[in-house]
Design a protein around this ligand. Structure first.
Ligand code: AR6
Length: 188
């Protein structure tokens, strides 16, 4: 894991590496409404975490979300074989050109995940770049939305002591930093 950027006195870090290897209270999964796994980071989390996570996801589908988890919402399972204690599964928006409410749903996915972590009394949370892979959300636009909401969060008396933004590639972390750094370091 390589750190590419640090903000808010180290409480927000931008890193490059494999999300599934992190030792954090919870990591966030960029899932789909079915919650039964998929490609990208979702596939990696289920592979590394083992069958316990899938079992809990099936139970959540059966009891709380028989029609699937709506985009912008989040649910929590244990971390199975991961070093993370919990996995917070959220569903980002599928990119449809930008005028179908995608920005708001992306922000909701991040906020719901943070709320899940806070409700469990956790202190550290790691995010992947939700929706910017298979779901096709433009990376630079996502960075500006995420930076805006994280700035609001850290200036508004955060309960979490640490949030880590984890990018699979150094190039993706660079795009994020180029867009996000001016927003994160600028005055409120
Ligand atoms: N660690 C960190 N980042 C990763 C990892 C990893 N191990 N693997 C991929 N990424 P995606 P989405 C990055 O496609 O766009 C799945 O099939 C990847 O480079 O995982 O929200 C689900 O089941 C990209 O920057 O999520 C859904 O059907 C980012 O994670 C759908 O894809 C997100 O890419 C969700 O699509």
């Amino acid at each position: 894991m390589a750190t590419a950027g640090t903000f808010f006195g180290g409480r927000l870090t931008v890193e490059t590496g494999d999300l599934t290897a992190l030792e954090v209270d919870a990591l966030v999964n960029a899932a789909n409404p079915g919650l039964l796994g998929g490609g990208g980071v979702d596939g990696a989390i289920h592979r590394a975490g083992g069958p316990v996570i899938l079992r809990e996801c099936r139970e959540i589908r059966r009891t709380r979300h028989p029609d699937g988890l709506p985009a912008g919402r989040a649910v929590t399972t244990g971390g199975g074989n991961l070093k993370a204690r919990f996995v917070i599964h959220t569903v980002g928006p599928v990119w449809r050109g930008g005028s179908a409410g995608e920005d708001g749903v992306l922000a909701d996915a991040y906020r719901s995940s943070i709320r899940e972590a806070e409700a469990k009394g956790l202190s550290s949370l790691a995010f992947p770049a939700i929706s910017t892979g298979v779901y096709g959300f433009p990376k630079d636009r996502a960075a500006r939305i995420v930076a805006g909401l994280l700035k609001d969060y850290f200036l508004g008396g955060p309960k979490l002591s640490r949030i880590r933004m984890v990018f699979f590639s150094a190039a993706d972390a660079e795009i994020f930093l180029k867009e996000a750094a001016p927003l994160l370091t600028g005055s409120p």
